[in-house]
Design a protein around this ligand. Structure first.
Ligand SMILES: [Zn+2]
Length: 94
């Protein structure tokens, strides 16, 4: 986000443990991992990824076999991103 000049700080505002790039947002942020782990405790099987390459490979496989998990993955990501924006811009801790 800092690279695109949308924010001044490079560090992830939610976990403060890494540069907030697409790899961090989807794969490495402790907050998104926490959310995916919580959803998986409810019985879903959203995979956790080490990097974007793994993510894209897995998404190819999942899209052919389990579209519901793919939809859930992107919905969780969308709502997590919304929560991140509220936290960052509105200072709400969602
Ligand atoms: Zn983070």
């Amino acid at each position: 986000m800092a690279f695109r000049r949308l924010q001044e700080e490079e560090d992830c505002p939610r976990c403060m443990n890494g540069i907030e790039d697409i790899d961090h947002i989807i794969c490495k942020c402790s907050k998104i991992k926490e959310v995916f782990n919580q959803v998986n405790k409810w019985g879903f099987g959203i995979p956790l990824f080490e990097n974007l390459h793994d993510c894209f490979n897995c998404m190819d496989h999942i899209s052919a076999n389990n579209v519901m998990i793919l939809n859930l993955f992107f919905n969780v990501l969308f709502f997590s991103w919304n929560a991140r924006n509220k936290f960052t811009h509105d200072k709400e801790n969602v």
